[in-house]
Design a binder for this molecule. Structure first.
Ligand SMILES: [Zn+2]
Length: 489
C-alpha cells in the first residue's frame, strides 16, 4: 500500500484584457474555500480510483468572468491567502493550480508566473506542481520553469474544462506515485490570434488539436498541450505555446518540436469562424435575408465588446447602428440586443409597472468610446432576476428588445433570454456581445455573422496599440523566420 499523498489545490482564474477600461475588483470574483472549493471537482466525490488515498488540501480559489485588468489589491490578497494556507498545511507532495493563464494585474506582466514563483519559493524544490489552464492562457518561461506539469483545454468553445482539470490532477498523482519528476519541453510559437480565428470547430485548429491524442499515447509522453495565447493583453508572454511532458526526455522533446512546427506551418490558414463585416455590413445582410425562415434567427456577434473575453460590456456602438434601421424601429422585424451592463439604468426603470413608457440613457459608462450613452424611448417589457446579471430589464423600442443588466454577463444560453420573455427561435435578429457562438446559440442560429465592432477586445488586432509584445509575431508581422527552439528541462 503506497503512503497517502497530500496535494493542495487553489488558484486565481480570470482572463483579463489590458485594452478594456473595465477594472476587475474583488467583487467580480466568486471565491471558494474549504469543502466548497473541493466540491468544485466532481472527481473527488466519490473519489475516482486514481484519486483514492490522496488527501486534498483546499487553499482558496477565486474566479471571475473575463474582464479588464485585475485590481492588484485583490490579486495580492488571494496570492497571500494561497501562501498562508500552504504554510499552515505543512508539507505537501504536490500542488494543483486551477488557473486560466491570461490574468492581467495592474502593474504586473506575468501574474501566473509570479504566483507559481511565490509558491515554489515557499514549498521548496521537491513537491510537484501541476497547472490546469485555458488554451487562451499564456505560458511564460517563468511559469514553465515553476511547474512540473502544465496542460490546457483541447477545445474552443471549451467543452473539456473538467476533463482537463481532472487530467492535470491525475497526471500529478501518477507522477508522484511513480516518483520520477517529469521531463518537459516548451516551444513558443510566434503567433498571436483571437479565439475567433482559432476555434477547434474549424481547420486548421481542429487538425492541430486532433493530433494531440496520438502524441499523448506515445511511449514516454504524459501530456501534450497547445496554447493559442491571449490576444487582448499587451505583455511579452502573449503568444502561442506548446508544452509536452513525459517520462522519456527524447520523446518529449521530439513531440514538442513536432507540435510547434505543425502550429507554425498552418498559420496562414487561420480565418474567422464566421463571415465578418462592419456592423452596418452585417445588418445589411441580416435585414436582406429576414424573410427567409431557414436563416432565422439571424445572429450577429458584437465581438469587440465581448464580456466573455474581457470587454466592458457597455459599448453602445452596435445598438446605435441597429436603432438607425427603420425596419427595426418600426417593428416590421423582431430583434433582441443582448446586452448592456448599466445598473443605474436598471434601477431607474425596473420598479415601474410592465408596459410603462420609459425614457432612459443606457451604456457608455465604463467604456466611453463613441457613441457613448444612448437614450432609449420605449416601453418596459420585462424585469427579471438573473443568477449572473443580477436584476435585468428589457426595454422595447419598436421591434427591438434591449436587455440591460446590473452586472456584466453574457447571453450565451437560451434560458437567459427566456428569463426576459424572449424565445430566441421567434426572433428575426439576435445581436449578442459574444465572439464565436457558444453551443446553444450555435445550434439555434439560422445564420451568423461576426461583426468587427470596436471595443476592448477588438478582433482586428491591427487596431490595438500593442507596445510590450515580443516581435515579430504573426500576423502583425509577416515574412519572418520563426524561432521554434525547443526548451527542455
Ligand atoms: Zn478560453
Amino acid at each position: 500500500m503506497p503512503r497517502s499523498l497530500r496535494i493542495a489545490i487553489g488558484g486565481i482564474h480570470i482572463e483579463s484584457s489590458t485594452f478594456s477600461p473595465h477594472l476587475s475588483t474583488a467583487d467580480d470574483f466568486h471565491v471558494t474555500r474549504g469543502d466548497a472549493l473541493l466540491a468544485r471537482y466532481d472527481w473527488l466525490s466519490p473519489a475516482r480510483p486514481w484519486a483514492g488515498d490522496v488527501e486534498w488540501v483546499p487553499l482558496v480559489h477565486a474566479r471571475a468572468l473575463p474582464g479588464g485588468v485585475v485590481d492588484p489589491a485583490a490579486y495580492d490578497a488571494w496570492s497571500a491567502e494561497i501562501l498562508d494556507r500552504l504554510a499552515e498545511a505543512g508539507p505537501v507532495d504536490g500542488v494543483l493550480l486551477d488557473i486560466h493563464g491570461a490574468m492581467s494585474v495592474v502593474g504586473r506582466e506575468d501574474a501566473e508566473g509570479d504566483l507559481v514563483t511565490a509558491i515554489r519559493t515557499l514549498i521548496g524544490p521537491e513537491p510537484y506542481i501541476s497547472a490546469a489552464m485555458d488554451l487562451h492562457g499564456n505560458v511564460s518561461h517563468v511559469l514553465f520553469e515553476g511547474c512540473d506539469l502544465l496542460t490546457c483545454y483541447r477545445t474552443a468553445p471549451h467543452v473539456d474544462v473538467w476533463e482537463t482539470r481532472e487530467r492535470a490532477a491525475r497526471n500529478l498523482v501518477d507522477a508522484l506515485r511513480r516518483g520520477q519528476r517529469p521531463h518537459k519541453a516548451l516551444v513558443h510559437v510566434p503567433i498571436l490570434l483571437p479565439g475567433e480565428m482559432t476555434s477547434t470547430r474549424t481547420e486548421p485548429a481542429r487538425g492541430l488539436y486532433a493530433g494531440i491524442p496520438e502524441i499523448e499515447a506515445r511511449e514516454g509522453v504524459i501530456d501534450a498541450a497547445v496554447w493559442i495565447g491571449f490576444a487582448w493583453a499587451d505583455q511579452p508572454r502573449c503568444r502561442g505555446a506548446v508544452v509536452v511532458t513525459g517520462t522519456d526526455a527524447a520523446a518529449v522533446e521530439k513531440a514538442a518540436g513536432q507540435l510547434g512546427e505543425h502550429f507554425w506551418s498552418v498559420r496562414e490558414e487561420f480565418a474567422f469562424v464566421a463571415p465578418t463585416g462592419s456592423m452596418d455590413e452585417c445588418l445589411d445582410v441580416a435585414l436582406a435575408t429576414a424573410a427567409d425562415p431557414s436563416r432565422r434567427p439571424f445572429f450577429i456577434s458584437d465581438s469587440g465588446d465581448n464580456p466573455g473575453a474581457g470587454g466592458a460590456d457597455d459599448v453602445t456602438f452596435a445598438l446605435e447602428r441597429m436603432l438607425a434601421r427603420p425596419r427595426i424601429r418600426d417593428g416590421s422585424l423582431r430583434a433582441v440586443y443582448a446586452s448592456l451592463v448599466d445598473p443605474e439604468a436598471v434601477a431607474q426603470v425596473a420598479d415601474q409597472p410592465l408596459g410603462s413608457p420609459v425614457r432612459v440613457r443606457v451604456g457608455g459608462r465604463i467604456d466611453q468610446r463613441d457613441p457613448g450613452p444612448l437614450q432609449l424611448d420605449g416601453v418596459l417589457e420585462a424585469v427579471a432576476e438573473d443568477p449572473a446579471g443580477g436584476r435585468c430589464a428589457s426595454v422595447r423600442v419598436g421591434g427591438l428588445s434591449v436587455f440591460v443588466t446590473s452586472r456584466r454577463m453574457q447571453y450565451a444560453e437560451l434560458a437567459s433570454y427566456a428569463r426576459l420573455g424572449i424565445a430566441v427561435g421567434d426572433m428575426d435578429l439576435v445581436v449578442v456581445k459574444i465572439g464565436y457562438l457558444e453551443p446553444e446559440l450555435f445550434d439555434a442560429a439560422g445564420d451568423w455573422l461576426l461583426a468587427l465592432t470596436p471595443g476592448g477586445v477588438d478582433q482586428d488586432l491591427g487596431r490595438l496599440p500593442y507596445r510590450r509584445l515580443v516581435r515579430p509575431v504573426f500576423p502583425l508581422d509577416r515574412d519572418f523566420a520563426a524561432d521554434l527552439t525547443v526548451v527542455t528541462r
